[in-house]
Design a protein around this ligand. Sequence first.
Ligand SMILES: [Zn+2]
Length: 400
Amino acid sequence: MKYIYLLLILGLTNIEGNSLMAEENKLKEKAMELSRKFLIIDTHIDLPLHLLRGWQDISDRNSYGEMNYPKAKEGGLDAAFMSIYIPPRLQGTKEAELFANNLIEKVETLINENPDKFSRAVSTEDVINNFKNHIISLPMGMENGAPVTDFELLKYYYEKGIRYITLAHGKANHICDSSYDEDKKWKGLSPFGKELIKEMNRIGMIIDVSHISDDAFYQVMEISGAPVIASHSSCRNFTPGFERNMSDDMLKALAKNGGVIQINFGSDFLNQSYKQRKKDYEINLKYFREKNNLSDDDPRLKEFRDKYLKENPIGYAEVKDVADHIDHVVKLIGVDFVGLGSDFDGVGDTLPTGLKDVSMYPNLIHELLTRGFSEEDIQKICSGNLLRVWKQIEDHASNR
Ligand SMILES: [Zn+2]
């Protein structure tokens, strides 16, 4: 008799297990379905820099990197802002312009060589139309305003198709201070930077506040007559002291401005214990190197590195970390102010497990479904919020 009970219990557990699994599979299918149904916009992918270093046929699934056409289709990606990134070392030189133009040319070549796969997109309307035609939009955002030294150049880049400008990168430039730079020479925006904000509003260029210092951010909030974006930033709540992410007060100011934070997927942006493990590793490596006076290519350095990492793996953040950041923004300021700005091809080998490239957005959607996010909310996060902000900026410009 006992034996029969046991069998019965085992059977029931099994049925329960099966139905849980069926439920789980259903949710995964649902996530996949939504990734197809909804327009997905990612506001920061660093592909152009890789193409400049060495041209790749990104219609091939095995091409280098985290973004290519087959993977984008698999992940349901519909519009990928191509980052026109200007290294801070070029600031203040004519080379900054040249560099920007070379990167823009790479994006243009990509589109010209694959007209059935990619299309130029300079407006919300373009993005929506391309989506209807099953073509991936490649709008452009300039990361670091270094080449924009006057309003003529601002107009020039607008006409070239650039639709957002990240005011600075890792170092203060002629526009404003940088979060990564201890030298806050402008204490926010420069006098030119303050004028530039108004001109960007006037012509409909999106202001991107990622990378800039806190003071610069609050000054932008005061001056800008239109909403702004943070194209690839996460929440400082999870990474205390990391100025590159946005504090809760900044998020509140961003919501008041009507803007949107596009969450960065890099593990450094997401998870403090990951950051600590990485920091410990770097300290230990530095100590070992200095103690033994080793050069970069000394085999003992590699040996130490391999052994240390084997014993103290750094690992990665996870999909749920990205969802935690989204959750945080939603609880703090609401679901209308958050989106996706992965930083694919820009953060090296630090991407979360389950979010390694553009084929994996459905994993994030699945996590949001698991947490009870509605379809309507997921649609806002995938693109609705960004499109709303971009449209407001377009309207603001055309009404002037
Ligand atoms: Zn960046």
